[in-house]
Design a protein around this ligand. Structure first.
Ligand SMILES: Cc1cc2nc3c(=O)[nH]c(=O)nc-3n(C[C@H](O)[C@H](O)[C@H](O)COP(=O)(O)OP(=O)(O)OC[C@H]3O[C@@H](n4cnc5c(N)ncnc54)[C@H](O)[C@@H]3O)c2cc1C
Length: 428
């Protein structure tokens, strides 16, 4: 198949226009560039605005396979000093607040699961269960790598519409400028303009819950342990960060989330103490509180002629398992490999035949994870006593069976299935 026509413009010959320079879009751009293609990024926000602490207070649990991709792309050296290794994950199905204290003392108020990095050391090459990294640090490292690689970035600029013609996609920006390339990738998060322009439908619903995020400084060492408590009010996670800090992520009703965001120090601490307990000593808030609406959105297709969707533009899931960004990073590795391999064979990278390889590769994993997180969210947000009993029995069984525990750890590490080369730590 002949390669499609490219349009030389002020930015040279662009192979792939990427709408959205978020963590998924920027990772894809770096991977394409490493593979010899010319990507261009577009974002309404310049990088400087997105690395400010007030922009995004979240930290993400990054699977070790996704971190390997950043190593291969030259981003990890900047991240290693700020990446906290997760050595152990303790999941507790606790009926009441204060479970953190009881679990740490070995007095469990409910069923529990314990995952240890050392248990999968042979398969993971000594990697931890994952790395906790503040999003602003990741964004800064990606921005520096994108700049160093000489990838053109149009920011501030917003994709307003996309027209698909035989052989090319033409993007019109809000300020009227137009750009063309054989392929446009929608990596602009939920409400993707590329998805709408490509007439790809979407399955979406709100959980009518708020995800509350705050960073705290701890008095006692966290020792790289991540805790997840399934309290009656929803999941509550204590995720270790460098500098003996922790990122707290928990689910609340929308009204409680709004009240917490506006709360003064005293009210916030009273609320926190009821859930957190005292096992890590005194806890001090080390930044603003962020509140995110929680919803699920799943594009009906990941591709259309001359268009591909990536990251939250393709799949926005509940943060209960900390897998949303990991799914996007896995998608970036798969899409980059498909496009780079196709281009080396002289194929048209925007053709349906090429894009279908990406869709086929990622479809099952994406739908399965979205369905599993949706099920978990409903299962663990339910306080029905029978359901609690079944949940507890399930956790106890998994906790006792070594292979089952190892399977879950490798799944969470993103190291199962047909892995793209970048996730195996190999260059494209
Ligand atoms: C509370 C919470 C905790 C989470 N924790 C984890 C975790 O521990 N681990 C994990 O893997 N995931 C986690 N996630 C999910 C993760 O944050 C998202 O999946 C991830 O940020 C999505 O990245 P993205 O690059 O696809 O999209 P985004 O981060 O939404 O980036 C989209 C980019 O596109 C730009 N844009 C928007 N519109 C346009 C346009 N018209 N034209 C051009 N550009 C545009 C935006 O400015 C933005 O820069 C969490 C989510 C929440 C809510």
């Amino acid at each position: 198949m002949a390669a499609a026509r490219k349009s030389p413009d002020a930015h040279g010959d662009i192979d792939v226009i990427i709408a959205g320079a978020g963590m998924a879009g920027a990772t894809l751009a770096l991977a394409l560039k490493q593979g010899g293609l010319n990507p261009l990024l577009i974002d309404p926000l310049p990088f400087e605005a997105r690395i400010a602490p007030e922009f995004d207070g979240r930290a993400s649990a990054i699977a070790y396979s996704a971190f390997r991709q950043w190593r291969t792309l030259g981003v990890a050296a900047a991240l290693e000093p700020v990446a906290q290794r997760i050595e152990q994950i303790l999941v507790t199905d606790a009926a009441s607040p204060g479970a953190a204290t009881r679990a740490a003392l070995g007095v469990f108020g409910g069923a529990f699961l314990r995952f240890e990095a050392a248990e999968i050391g042979d398969a993971s090459g000594g990697e931890p269960l994952g790395y906790m990294i503040e999003n602003r640090q990741t964004r800064a490292a990606l921005a520096a790598a994108v700049t160093a690689a000489g990838i053109p970035v149009l920011a501030p600029a917003r994709v307003a519409s996309v027209a698909f013609e035989p052989g090319r996609a033409t993007v019109t920006l809000e300020d009227g400028r137009t750009l063309s390339a054989p392929l446009v990738v929608g990596a602009e998060g939920r409400n993707s303009v590329v998805r709408t322009a490509a007439k790809i439908g979407e399955l979406a619903w709100s959980y009518k819950q708020a995800g509350v995020v705050a960073t705290v400084k701890l008095e006692r060492p966290h020792q790289g342990v991540a805790h997840e408590y399934f309290l009656t009010s929803g999941p509550f996670a204590i995720l270790p960060l460098t500098g003996n800090r922790a990122s707290l992520v928990w689910t609340e009703k929308e009204a409680t989330g709004a009240a917490l965001k506006a709360a003064g120090e005293e009210m916030f601490h009273a609320h926190l103490a009821r859930r957190f307990g005292e096992f890590l000593g005194r806890v001090e808030r080390a930044g603003p509180t962020f509140v995110y609406p929680l919803s699920l959105s799943l594009a009906e297709n990941m591709t259309a002629p001359r268009a591909a969707l990536l990251g939250d533009a393709a799949h926005g899931i509940h943060p209960i398992a900390g897998q949303g960004l990991n799914l996007g990073l896995k998608g970036a590795a798969a899409l980059a490999q498909v496009l780079v391999d196709a281009s080396r064979l002289g194929e048209d990278i925007g053709s349906e035949a090429v894009l279908e390889r990406y869709a086929r590769w990622r479809r099952f994993d994406t739908v399965a994870l979205a369905a599993a997180t949706d099920l978990f969210t409903r299962l663990f947000a339910n306080d029905d006593p029978l359901l609690r009993l079944a949940r507890g029995a399930g956790m106890a069984v998994i906790n006792r069976i070594g292979p089952a525990r190892r399977f879950f750890m490798q799944e969470a590490g993103g190291a199962t299935g047909d892995l793209p080369r970048l996730l195996r730590g190999e260059a494209l």
